[in-house]
Each structure stands twice: as structure tokens, then as C-alpha cells.
Ligand binder design. Sequence first.
Ligand code: PAF
Length: 290
Amino acid sequence: MKPAVDTLVFETVKAYSEWREKLRAEQPDAIVGFVPTMGALHQGHATLMRVARQECDYVVASIFVNPMQFAPHEDFDRYPRTFPADVEICKNVGVDAVFRPSVSEIYERPISDMTKVIPPKELIGHLCGFFRPGFFEGVATVVLKLFNIIQPTQAYFGEKDYQQLAVIKRMVKDLNLPLEIVGVPTVRERDGLAMSSRNVYLSSDERNVAPGIHAVISAVRDAVLSRTPVSTAISQAKVSLTAIEGLELQYLEVCDGDTLEPLEQARKPFVVLVAAKLGNVRLIDNVVEH
Ligand code: PAF
């Protein structure tokens, strides 16, 4: 493993590509790990970077709040942007290079005129894809563009965004992209709340009750593992979720861990996925049983 000396910051494709080409010429076999982010980095991101640091010769992170994955009514403008603190985290973890492009650097023409990646309906027709139409097109398109720019050997994604991870794995397979996707387990606060850049929006009352979501999906996992039918476990869980003050459930499903097909009777690998709004904050979480 190569200890990082300093973290380089690139704002243009040209500047990053020159660095990447030089690296390829000097060290053709170097393993380059990539952690794509939208910034507002927390310990979940730092964990992805640490895993990449352990497994790769070079680590590159991107910080880009991608307008294509936000619907007009969503929080693109108010999404937290904390670049100086983000770079400090990257430096502390030993990230070699940060790619931080502007919107016009990534989208040279209006997004409506761009070529897009459309993930298969079976993967995005339910769960977050149902509640956020266009979201996974935006994610898959920008991630493919970032893969083409960064040219990584492997890329690291959190299991917290489980459907996103499944969509990216499928894109890499279907389009024969020459890299490996590594899923990293969700990092949680001590009380079980999954770390997320959006947790900063929670009021203190919402923050107090938010860990209940993880407790409920863990109970669903335990119930279906002890052969309770999925529909029964979900009905019981919905009663528990109703007891959480201010919570509005969007979905709660038990799905195949690879294909995300909804299951009636759990069989491994499976994943229990939930999305709910607490006030104005949309939270997602899942527990995986491999
Ligand atoms: O998970 C995220 O932060 C984003 O969806 C990603 C993968 C960086 C694409 O914009």
C-alpha cells in the first residue's frame, strides 16, 4: 500500500486525465480505487475510502452533486455542500486525488439532450425507483461518465444505498465495463441510525426517533429468518412504524439480495429495505442477510 503524501484536487476532466495518463504510463499495473460521492462526507464515506485505501495503490474520490438525479421538487439546491471539510476527510484517509467538477464540466449540454443510461425496469420499477422516477437514470448516467473519466480498477459503493448498488453492478455486467464493484456494509451511529448526508436535516425530535427504523427492519429480518411469512412480518413491522411519531412510510419490502425481486418467503441472500419520511427528511435503510 502506498501512503498518500498529499491530496490533489482536479476540477476539469482534462487536468484529471493528464494525471491519470501519467500514472498509467509510469505504473501500468497500479490498482486505482474510486469512491464516487456527492460530498457532505461522513464516516460512511470515510469507511469506503479506508477500504479502498487498504485494497488499492491509488484512491480517487469524486465530489459532484449530480443535478440529473434530483427531481425538480427535490433538494438539489439545498443539498449540503461542505467542500473544505470534505477535503480534510479525504486527506486524513489518504485519498490521492479528488475530482470535483462543475455541473457544466460534466453536462456540456442540457441534460434533456444527453445520451442516458436506462437501468432495467425489473430493478428500478419499485422501491426508491418508484418513488423517485428518473433517479436511477441520473445515477447510472453520471456513474458511467465518472467511470469513463476516472478509469478505476475498482469502485466502492455503500450497501446503505442498496438499490443503487444493485443498479450499478447490473450496469457494469450488462455493458461489460472493465472494473470491479465493491459493496461496503452500512456504517451506523451508535444507536443504529444509518449514516447519511441528509441526517443533518433532522430536528432533535426526529433524530431521537429515527433509530426506530433500523430496529423495525432488524425485527423483520429476525422474523423471516425464523420462518415467519414475509407478509406477516411486514404487517407487524408496519404497526411498529406507525408508532414512530411523524413517520410516513414509503415502502417496506423483503427482496432477493441480488435481483431485488420481492419475496413471499425469505431465502438467502435477502434484504429488508425501507424508505420513510420523518418530517421533510426522506430516510432509507436496509439489512442484508447473505
Ligand atoms: O450515492 C451517491 O452519493 C450518488 O448517488 C453517486 C453514486 C455519487 C452518484 O451521484
